[in-house]
Design a protein around this ligand. Structure first.
Ligand SMILES: *Cc1c(COP(=O)(O)O)cnc(C)c1O
Length: 503
């Protein structure tokens, strides 16, 4: 559409004597620009040289001190602030950009995220709604997600801080579908939901926050491969119905946080269709297997879900934070959240136009431009490459599992279906509780060594190491270093003659 030229004949000078020094913009843009260029170089150096640093090190006392000073009354030159940041903050990152960070499920980001975030900061768009470019970027990203998961065009989606929020938003839509009065009256209808004992804690939290209560989330037992036992689920639903409860939702996991197990999504979808229940998939990291032709078949049935929650910041390597919810019934999604007071009434033209705004699809009004870094990563790398990196992480997990099985003093704690390897050190003569204490101490030793950062978990009462590989920087040799770090920590403790005594 052609737009009229602005009607100013020549640029008017707006600044008068009363405006002196009131803006936060620099007085000297050239000097500021030089500082900003320095900052960009430092940021990229930080990523480029990550391999030369320890994975993690404790935050030193002088840093803690620096970070507990009083509220600054006066400002400082940007150069001073930047140097302080580089001295006290930058060296103490979590460590997840390092190739040997294996803790929890952390993504490691990539340089493109730095660039995209810089532009997003310059635009500083508020993505709650209205008619501007950022809204179209988010719609583009959501439409790519629909394509990825085989969701219909009429479905809807929203970028959020992560899968915890995505699970909450999805369960909120499910609640609205089952109990249309809940938005106004609260929940009084006896709703119950189902997930497995291996499900992520965010599902329980969502039940709490939505006023349904965590006691009304049934934790269905898992099979020996850690996937939900669908027959137990069926029994549990029948029992609840007989007791006058109102089953409304089943949450399946595509990649559990403990072991990477993927529930039988197709069987769950079928059962949900029979029982007329909402089927939500927590696919925080595992659902990204949809990017790989070889791994996609493991997700069979995910396209039948009513909603999916997943993260770009884990296995798609987008910088934190970037999660997403997709909802098959787009109308129900906005019915569940839309609430527009007078100051948010849409207009038919102008900046206030657009019929559906992101704020109609979730709890947030003001929102940052998360979509830009996702758009940038998908454009720069493409799903084929991201998919290959996911495959490689799974191959690396198999390699690590094989290496562990070669070690006489180690054992696997769970099958390795995806990218997570749970194992522990064993020691003849130690009982289970001593072994748990030993392994916890060893996880701490390895983290503090700076060589690698695995985390810990407990599987069937056995505490051990948990190595999650969602990292495009990890090389096979990094896994050898992890195994060596565990062996050497174990030997050190054995030399000291005590399994468990602290260092
Ligand atoms: C990480 C994770 C979550 C929570 O996602 P956040 O992005 O941390 O909010 C939920 N479910 C699973 C399976 C996860 O791995």
């Amino acid at each position: 559409m052609l737009r009229p030229e602005p009607e100013t004949e020549e640029p008017r000078k707006c600044q008068g004597p009363r405006d002196e020094g009131v803006s936060l913009d620099p007085a000297d843009w050239a000097a500021y620009r030089a500082q900003a260029h320095r900052a960009l170089d430092e940021a990229l150096d930080f990523i480029e040289n990550v391999r030369d640093r320890p994975v993690w090190q404790p935050v030193p006392e002088r840093v803690r001190e620096n970070l507990s000073c009083p509220l600054p009354r006066e400002g400082s030159p940007v150069e001073t602030v930047r140097q302080e940041l580089e001295q006290f903050i930058l060296p103490h990152a979590t460590g997840n950009i390092h190739p040997r960070f294996f803790g929890w499920v952390h993504g490691c980001g990539q340089p493109g995220g730095v660039v995209a975030e810089m532009y997003a900061a310059a635009m500083n768009s508020n993505c709650g709604g209205r008619d501007h470019g950022a809204i179209y970027v988010e719609r583009q990203v959501i439409s790519w997600c629909k394509e990825l998961f085989g969701f219909p065009e009429k479905s809807s989606g929203l970028l959020l801080s992560g899968t915890s929020m995505a699970n909450l938003v999805a369960l909120g839509v499910a609640r609205h579908g089952a109990d249309g009065a809940a938005r106004k009256q609260g929940v009084t209808s006896g709703l119950v939901a189902y997930t497995s004992t291996e499900a992520h804690e965010s599902i329980s939290k969502a039940m709490e926050i939505l006023g349904i209560g965590r006691a009304n989330l049934r934790k269905i037992p898992v099979r020996c491969d850690f996937t939900m036992n669908v027959e137990s689920l069926r029994d549990s639903i029948a029992k609840d119905r007989a007791a006058g409860k109102v089953p409304f939702c089943v949450v399946g996991s595509a990649g559990t946080v403990n072991t990477g197990a993927i529930d039988d999504l197709e069987a769950l979808a079928r059962l949900c269709a029979e029982e007329r229940l909402w089927f939500h998939v927590d696919g925080a990291f595992g659902s990204l297997c949809a990017m790989s032709d070889t791994l996609r078949p493991r997700l069979r049935g995910i396209d039948l879900a009513d909603s999916i929650g997943f993260d770009f910041h884990k296995w798609a390597h987008v910088q934190y934070d970037a999660g997403c919810v997709l909802v098959r019934d787009g109308k129900l999604h906005s019915d569940a959240y839309r609430s527009r007071p007078a100051y948010l009434h849409g207009l038919s033209r102008g900046l206030g136009a657009g019929s559906e705004w992101p704020c109609d699809l979730g709890p947030e009004l003001s929102r940052g431009f998360r979509a830009l870094k996702v758009w940038f990563a998908l454009k720069e790398h493409g799903v084929a490459k991201l998919g290959r990196l996911i495959e490689r992480n799974c191959e690396q997990a198999q390699y690590l599992a094989a290496e562990i099985q070669k070690q006489p003093q180690m054992e696997l704690l769970a099958p390795v279906p995806l990218n997570i390897v749970c194992f522990r050190v064993v020691h003849p003569g130690l009982g289970e509780s001593e072994l748990n204490a030993l392994n916890q101490a060893l996880v701490e030793d390895v983290q503090e060594s700076g060589l690698a950062a695995p985390s810990s978990t407990t599987i069937a009462g056995k505490l051990g190491f948990r190595a999650n590989i969602t990292n495009h920087r990890t090389r096979f040799g990094d896994l050898d270093i992890l195994v060596q770090a565990v062996v050497s920590a174990a030997n050190k403790r054995a030399d000291r003659g005590a399994g468990v005594s602290p260092a």
